[in-house]
Design a protein around this ligand. Structure first.
Ligand code: CMC
Length: 426
């Protein structure tokens, strides 16, 4: 196999080095192409472009494989815990027992928010979307934790990473409690990450909160499933924002804003709303016809990278059954989802386009059963993805070849022309 590709433009040929990863497709290195050939490459949705080198997450979309630092997602979801996965993503290895104790201590040590931060929430309307609150609140962390903003200091980078992983559940739970008109609940460090989060969301002063191990496990698994996903839109946003040297709180706020879009993290809310709109199994054929007539998309279906089952969707479906079973809920929307999946997977429109259920298809039913309103779904995604974002951000800072991200363009606007006074225009 050649270690270079040759590209010919007119009379001239240009040799482009080929880079090899540990697995996955080889990559044609075009970094010097513009300087040598005076041409750009064109790839608006980055469908063929590797924007960075990374050792964190690997996806084989055709085979439906997702690995974090080499470990398959189903094994992590089944056997690990979210905090262990955080250590894995951030530091490259699963922790030893001693490393885990230290890591857990470092995270729980940072779960509280500055007392003045609580008044920050009061500025939002009670009916504000919790993602609007998250974007603002996470950006505002920099105003409270100015001692870890120096991105050139590895220790400060580490403290900021721990702060973000630790404080995200506290902020997300406050955004939720605020929207419900309930008092904020202080984190408890003797509880696990997910148990603590559920308690901060659902406990009220009027009665004791009793943990439910099945729901805690489901929450932890949902966090694991959302922890990282290679160079998706929000992660690329975090990397691009970070490439200018911006501090991590600003970068993660940018990631949250990007995640909110309906094609990305906002899809879990839209998928549940779609199931509600369909309502009953009898309405499925008409709804699917609307998709085929391109009136709307089937939310929770399709993926830029997976052209096979999203491996996260399989675990999510199992978790969904476990939660409904534990709570004794017979949700008619589950019937609608299962039938819709069956209809879509046997329809040539979806087969030809390789459209399979993604993680968002079953997550909404699960989260609703657990007591979360639909507008919290994307917040939970953001909470879990924070570790992926910050791990990718950290990796970028440790890469000596880091450069400010600066894409170019194919310009198709007017060429140079002279300014005309207003009375001569028309
Ligand atoms: N329903 C109906 N048709 C679809 C769908 C869908 N959900 N997704 C893609 N298509 C069609 C699309 O219209 C196109 O058809 P044609 O070639 O005839 O014009 C073809 O499939 C290829 O689609 P595409 O738009 O080129 O694919 P993409 O890679 O740009 O889009 C996607 C990926 C996730 C944005 C898209 O599948 C989508 O909008 N899905 C629904 C939203 C959703 O569930 N998003 C969650 C993604 S997983 C969570 C996350 O990582 O954020």
């Amino acid at each position: 196999m050649s270690d270079k590709a040759t590209l010919t433009i007119g009379e001239k040929s240009f040799d482009l080095p080929i880079m090899k990863g540990s697995t996955g497709p080889d990559v044609v290195d075009v970094r010097k192409f513009y300087a040598e050939a005076d041409h750009f490459t064109f790839d608006p949705g980055f469908t063929s472009t590797a924007s960075c080198e990374s050792k964190i997450t690997y996806i084989d979309g055709d085979a439906g494989i997702l690995l974090h630092r080499g470990y398959p997602i189903d094994q992590l979801a089944e056997k690990s815990s979210f905090l262990e996965v955080c250590h894995l993503l951030l530091n490259g290895e699963l922790p030893t027992a001693d490393e885990f104790r230290k890591f857990e201590h470092n995270i729980t040590y940072h779960t509280m928010l500055h007392a003045q931060f609580d008044s920050f929430f009061q500025g939002f309307r009670r009916d504000a979307h919790p993602m609007a609150v998250m974007t603002g609140a996470v950006g505002a962390l920099s105003a409270f934790y100015a001692d870890s903003l120096n991105v050139d200091d590895p220790k400060q980078r580490e403290i900021s990473a721990h702060r973000l992983i630790a404080k995200m559940p506290t902020i997300a739970a406050r955004a939720f409690q605020y929207s419900q008109g309930r008092p904020f609940v202080t984190p408890r460090n003797e509880l696990s990450y997910s148990e603590n989060f559920l308690r901060m969301c659902f406990s009220v002063p009027a009665e004791d909160w009793v943990p439910n191990p099945v729901l805690t496990r489901a929450m932890d698994r949902i966090f694991i499933l959302h922890a990282d996903h290679e160079q998706n839109a929000s992660t690329s946003t975090v990397r691009l924002a970070g490439s200018s040297g911006a501090h991590p709180f600003a970068c993660i706020a940018a990631g949250i804003a990007c995640l909110w879009g309906p094609s990305h993290g906002g899809a879990n809310q839209e998928a549940l709303e779609m199931l509600e709109e369909i309502g009953t199994v009898e309405n499925i054929p008409a709804y699917v016809q609307g998709v085929k007539d391109r009136k709307y998309k089937l939310m929770g279906f399709g993926h830029r990278v997976y052209k096979n089952f999203d491996p996260r969707a399989k675990v999510m479906q199992k978790t969904c059954y476990e939660v409904l079973d534990q709570l004794g809920i017979n949700d008619p929307l589950l019937q609608v989802a299962m039938e819709l999946e069956k209809v879509a997977l046997s329809d040539p429109f979806f087969i030809d386009r390789k459209l399979y259920p993604n993680i968002d298809f079953y997550s909404g039913i699960t989260l609703r059963a657990m007591g979360f309103p639909t507008n919290m779904f994307t917040v939970l995604f953001a909470l879990a993805r924070t570790v992926g974002w910050i791990s990718q951000w950290k990796e970028m800072f440790e890469d000596p070849s880091r450069k400010i991200g600066r894409p170019r363009q194919l310009y198709t606007g007017p060429t140079q022309r002279d300014y005309a006074p207003v009375e001569t225009r028309g």
